[in-house]
Write a protein that binds this ligand. Structure first.
Ligand SMILES: Nc1ncnc2c1ncn2[C@@H]1O[C@H](COP(=O)(O)OP(=O)(O)O)[C@@H](O)[C@H]1O
Ligand SMILES: [Mg+2]
Length: 267
């Protein structure tokens, strides 16, 4: 278990994170005192595909704590994206509940849910989703202009090693660089939770490692709870905790004794 307890003073706003300091160390053996960010209880999600219900999640229970790095591992169709979307308030469960710092997301109307996403959640998707007509700096500004205490674009870009790319347009960057900009954009609002859905799915191994290094650095230096969904088993080694999803259920939950650095990974 690596020690991240001292990390991130510079990245935190310190206000709401100072609340709800409920030590959960008893439920997480051998770890430092943990602070819950999200609680998932009995969550199910079914989609009506026309040809019958598809059960994407079949009863998920989870406790996600401040600062941890969780890899959601599973084959295509196992429910990874569905779970990330529910955690991030992009969609709602069919049953069960998800709480964010003690508040049930179900109590939020559409507008409040959008506000929750805007203020508290950073998303990184497989497709980088940068706006082609805006520079790197403008892409970050767009997301942070309504955030409470955002980082300056330069600071966020420095975190992912791209400080000198601020004035470029996305098309003037490699795929891996564009994904690192997407990471910088997600982290710049200082989210409470960073949700990464197959962030290395569209890039080669060497490029993927650099993307993972950027995510790892944001997790360590900002202490941001990070969930990363992937089908790539090699990536599991960089997590504090690995949750294996099979057919909508957590088939295995395992804690890594030591986190492997992203730069040591290959696939
Ligand atoms: N919007 C949707 N409508 C219908 N079925 C969906 C929808 N989203 C996901 N599914 C189905 O739910 C299951 C889980 O999908 P998903 O969460 O995307 O898995 P993963 O991210 O692990 O590949 C799959 O069977 C998928 O086809
Ligand atoms: Mg997916």
């Amino acid at each position: 278990m690596t020690d991240e307890t001292g990390a991130g003073a510079a990245c935190r706003d310190g206000s709401d994170r100072a609340q709800a300091r409920i030590a959960l160390s008893n439920s997480l053996p051998g770890s430092r005192a943990m602070h819950p960010v999200q609680l998932v209880r009995g969550v199910r999600k079914s989609y009506d595909s026309g040809g019958g219900l598809i059960h994407a999640l079949r009863g998920i229970d989870l406790e996600l704590v401040e600062g941890e790095f969780v890899v959601l591992l599973g084959p295509s169709g196992s429910g990874k994206s569905t779970l990330l979307n529910l955690l991030g308030g992009l969609d709602r469960p069919s049953a069960g509940r998800i709480a964010f710092r003690g508040t049930d997301l179900e109590s939020f109307d559409r507008r409040a849910l959008a506000d929750f996403r805007r203020r508290h959640v950073g998303f990184v998707f497989q497709s980088y989703n940068l706006i082609a007509s805006l520079t790197v700096r403008e892409n970050i500004d767009l997301v942070t202009e309504r955030a409470e205490q955002p980082m300056a674009p330069a600071e966020a870009l420095a975190l992912v090693g791209l400080a000198e790319r601020a004035d470029r347009f996305p098309a003037q960057l490699s795929g891996g660089e564009q994904q690192r900009v997407a990471v910088a954009r997600a982290i710049a609002k200082r989210p409470d939770v960073l949700l990464c859905d197959e962030p290395t799915g569209a890039v080669d191994c060497a490029t993927g490692v650099r993307v993972l290094e950027a995510i790892e650095r944001c997790n360590r230096e900002c202490g941001t709870l990070t969930l990363l969904a992937t089908h790539n088993t090699a990536i599991a080694a960089m997590a504090d905790r690995v949750l294996t999803l099979v057919d909508g259920s957590i088939a295995n939950a395992q804690r890594n004794a030591q986190r492997k650095a992203a730069r040591e990974l290959s696939w």
